[in-house]
Every structure is written in C-alpha cells, then in structure tokens.
Design a protein around this ligand. Structure first.
Ligand code: GLU
Length: 544
C-alpha cells in the first residue's frame, strides 16, 4: 500500500539508501578525530555569533585531527542572496576559517556541499519513510493550518501544532491520498511522529551537560511543497551521510533536538553528538540581551572590517569569550598560535558570553602593539584603500613615511605603545605628520602663558642631526637660560625661583610642532618629521 503511495509521490528513479551509504562511506579518521561543520544560509550576512560558532567547529575538528567542512544550507530560497556563499567563504577566510571540504560545491568526497544540489538524496530517505508508513503527504492549505492553530488556541489545546488528532491528513488512506495527488493537489511530506505527550527524552549536550525534554509529538514537515527539505530533515540526512560526529550550532536549535533525535531514529541513523553554543549577549541598561542584527552594528562581521579591527583582534577576543581558560593560556603562551590552544567544550559558558567592545578594544591594542611599524603601515594602507580612499592616496604619496611614524615607540621598544585599537583611528592619530592633514592648532600647556611660549619658540634652535641626549641637552640649556628649572625636581624644591621647568618648555615645543600636548617620544617624532618641517612649524608660530 505505502509502496504504491511512495511511487506516486516520488515517480522518478532514485538510488537506494544502500547506494548512498556506499557513495558516502564512514570516514577513515584517526582515533578520536571529530568531524564538524559550519552550515550557514547564504544570506550574504555573517553574524558575529556565526563566526563564533564556526570558530568552535574549526577548533574542535583541528584539535582532534578530524575534518571541518562547510555546507551551504540554501533551502530557503527567499533568504538567499546572489553570491552569498562566495562572500561568506571570503569573510570566513579573512578570519582564518578555512574548511577542509566544501570550499566549493564539489570540494570533497561527500559532495555536493550545497543543499539545493542534494534534492535527490533527501528524496531517497523521504521515499523510504513513506514506504515504512513513517511519513505521509499532507494536503492542508496554509489557511487550514491557520484555522487549526486558531482553534487550538481557543480550545486551550495541551500542545499546539500539527499532531495527534489535529493532524488531519495523518489518517488518509493511500487511496485517498493518491486521489488528491491525481487531482493535482499540492502536498508537503510530514513525519508520522510516534511521540507521546507523557514521554521525555534525555540527551547529553557537550556544552550544557545532561538535558531532559518532552519528546517530539509533532508531525513535522520534512519536505516542503516544492520538494525541498526543511532544515530538520536536511540536518538528519546530511549530517548522517557526511558523517558528522559533532553538530556544533547555535542554541536556537536546542529546542529542536527531540525532533532531530526522532528523525535520526526513524531514518535508522546514529545520532551525532550535539553542542549548542550560547548566543553572544550585550549589556544594555544593566540588562543582558542577545546581540541583535537589527539593533547592533557590531552584530555584522563586516562592521569590524570597516572599523579596521584586525581580524586577529576579533579572533583573539572571540577566543576569550569562548573559553574561560584562554586568557590564562595566552598569558603563559604569548606568542603561540591560537590553534595550539587546547580547546574543550567544558570551559564554554552555557549561559551566554557577554560581548564587550571595551574589552575588544583592549585586546586589539595588544594585538596591534605586537606588530612592527612596517607591518602595521601595510595593513593600514590595505584598509584605507577600501574604507578611506582619501587617506590612502595621501599615504601613497609618502613612500614608507607611515612605517617610520609607526615605528616610533614600537620597533625595538620593550613595551610598545598600546595606543591604537583599530585602523580607522590611525588617520587622526598620525594627522600631524602630514602637512595635508595638520590642523595647525597650538594648544598651550596650562602652566605657560602665550607670551612665554612665544619666547621659548623664538629662542629654540632645533637641529635635525642631534642625537637624543644632545637634543634634550639643548632644551635643558634653553630652559635654564629663560628661567625654567632644568628638572621637575629642581622646580619642586624651589618653585618660586622659576617660571616652570624643562617639561613645560618641551610641552610648548611639542605643541608647536604637532598641535598636541600628547604624542609619542618627541625627539623621535621630530626626526621623522624632518628638520625643515620642524623648523617651519616653529617659525610659523614664533614668526621670523
Ligand atoms: N542553516 C542553519 C543556520 O544557519 C544551520 C544550523 C546548524 O548548524 O545546524 O542556523
């Protein structure tokens, strides 16, 4: 009976389930090797939380000598964006996430890695479920389903949805179903759930430990009216045939596990291990809420690229979020590759990780401080070419000038300055080095009046070839000659005898040359600016 119905529903020749098991055999893995996957919908938008999940998948597979693959879940054509899959792969690559398989549709033995190309595979298992009486066609229209839900609400049904006596098409005979198909009625395929409201199912979540929930009772849709599977059915078929050992995905799927376990069972598949990764949270007015695509620009991974956070900073920060053991490990292994971190699910938070921009800023300053001036300059130019073309063309006119600027207090320094968190700050940070960007401001230090400042500048003789000691000796001499103490200590001991001290004199020079009261080492700054420019800036204020 069911055999005839199955033929009617799936008239085209299909391989057998055994053929598929042969085509996609169990993987030959080394002992303990884990197979994981990242399975995004190609919407063209990479959520920070998805990057986080992808990272856990990659770490889990690589750390065990297993396989990490990418599967494009494009069964929801409404949400798909042209080129979305390629964009996604590129965004992942920027963050060092490179799957072993699935970089393109046929990249690997378990291909195709794109769900829309696997229709036949899903139909094989769908058909065999119909043959066993474990799935049936449903002809209910969306209006009928809406009415059913309304009535359930009105009647206070113990459980909403298509199940038990509410499942109108569940008990159609094969002949009745065949007649509807012959009449051209469209159908979806539903699971004939064996679930019982009284029963519960227990399973182990790698992150959350033992979880118990009511079993599934819903006759869930397996194939939509266009023959495309739902997420649930595709998950069971694909993760079985692609031999995934660990399904690591966002916690939004936790509630579906009872259905998924039932699907694995009725299909005769061994279920994978599950790890449900908590959502990234954000603190707002003292409350925590999920990082939201709608409200938070930083929910999109592209935001970090635009702001100019190095991918390394984002990854380093995500590692801190995903394991409470990472920061200690990092302190002990400052130069080690992140992939050497011994990641385990046990140290993951089950209650959600709080995304904190202040902490990211801090981490990023550390990451940028570890770069050489030359490498940092190169990264900034690449960033500027994409996001600040005016700045890029200024930089391009000046050869390796930016590298020299950034080398100050950085290259060879024991404790490099931790003052840059993102590339978009750099233009403002270095603007005074470029005549095109220098604003010509001359802020006075609190302790010096305009007249005294002018006197300092009129008298100061900058020499570009002075070494650091000569340079400072000259400022000290000048200070003493104009009535300033040669050191802050001298000044403190007898402040009424002086106008101020050598620090005030340097501050005036710093302000004239850079337009700022705070800069990296002034001697080094002046060396990079060059004698002509330094003298010109002093003259500009002091007059001839
Ligand atoms: N396509 C699903 C999503 O984007 C994948 C979930 C999973 O990893 O199984 O949410």
């Amino acid at each position: 009976m069911s055999q005839t119905l199955a033929e009617k529903l799936f008239p085209n020749p299909l391989p057998s389930a055994a053929d598929l098991e042969d085509r996609y055999p169990p993987r030959q893995l080394k002992e303990g090797g884990r197979v994981t996957r990242f399975a995004p919908s190609p919407t063209g938008f990479l959520h920070l939380g998805s990057l986080y999940t992808a990272l856990v998948n990659q770490l889990t597979a690589r750390g065990s000598g297993g396989v990490f693959y990418l599967r494009v879940e494009d069964t929801d054509k409404k949400r798909e964006v042209a080129g979305g899959a390629a964009d996604l792969l590129e965004s992942l690559r920027v963050f060092g996430i490179v799957p072993d398989e699935g970089k393109s549709e046929n990249d690997g033995k378990y291909a195709p890695y794109t769900q829309s190309k696997r229709a036949e595979i899903y139909h094989v298992f769908a058909k065999s479920l119909v043959e066993c009486g474990l799935a049936y066609p449903c002809f209910c229209s969306s209006d009928e389903l809406a009415q059913m839900r309304e009535k359930q609400e009105k009647d206070g049904a113990v459980q909403g949805g298509y199940w038990g006596e509410w499942a109108k098409c569940r008990d159609l005979s094969s002949e009745q179903a065949a007649a509807k198909i012959d009449a051209g009625q469209s159908w979806t395929l539903r699971l004939r759930s064996g679930g019982d409201l009284e029963k519960r199912v227990a399973f182990n979540d790698e992150v959350r430990g033992k979880i118990e929930m009511p079993v599934n009772v819903l006759d869930a849709v397996l194939l939509k009216a266009d023959g495309i599977p739902t997420y649930h059915f595709a998950h069971a078929v694909d993760d079985h045939l692609m031999r995934t050992t660990h399904v690591i995905r966002s916690e939004e799927w936790l509630a579906s596990v009872p259905l998924h376990l039932e699907l694995f069972r009725v299909c005769g598949f061994k279920p994978p291990k599950y790890a449900h990764v908590s959502a990234l949270l954000k603190s707002e007015n003292g409350n925590k809420r999920k990082l939201s695509k709608r409200k938070d620009p930083e929910a999109a991974v592209s935001w970090f690229a635009r702001e100019g956070y190095p991918a390394d900073s984002v990854l380093e920060y995500l590692m801190c979020l995903l394991s409470s053991a990472f920061e200690d490990w990092r302190r002990a292994n400052p130069a080690a590759a992140r992939s050497d971190f011994p990641f385990t699910f046990k140290k993951m938070s089950a209650s959600g990780a709080l995304f904190d921009l202040v902490k990211l800023t801090d981490v990023s300053k550390g990451v940028i401080a570890a770069l050489s001036g030359g490498d940092l300059a190169e990264n900034i130019l690449i960033w500027a070419r994409e996001y600040d073309t005016e700045f890029a063309s200024i930089l391009q006119n000046h050869g390796d000038y930016l590298a020299q600027i950034l080398a100050i207090d950085r290259d060879g320094a024991k404790k490099p300055r931790k003052d840059i968190a993102k590339y978009s700050e750099v233009r403002g940070y270095v603007s005074y080095f470029f005549d095109e960007l220098f604003d010509g401001e001359f802020p006075l230090p609190d302790s010096v009046c305009k007249e005294d400042a002018l006197e300092i500048l009129e008298t100061y003789d900058y020499r570009g070839d002075d070494d650091k000691d000569e340079w400072f000796g000259r400022i000290r001499q000048l200070s003493v000659a104009l009535g300033y103490a040669a050191s802050p200590k001298d000044f403190k001991a007898n402040s009424s005898a002086y106008k101020g001290h050598v620090g005030d004199v340097s501050a005036v020079i710093r302000s004239a040359v850079t337009g700022r009261l705070n800069t990296p080492d002034l001697w080094a700054v002046c060396r990079v600016l060059g004698e002509a420019r330094v003298r010109e800036r002093i003259r500009r204020i002091a007059g001839e």
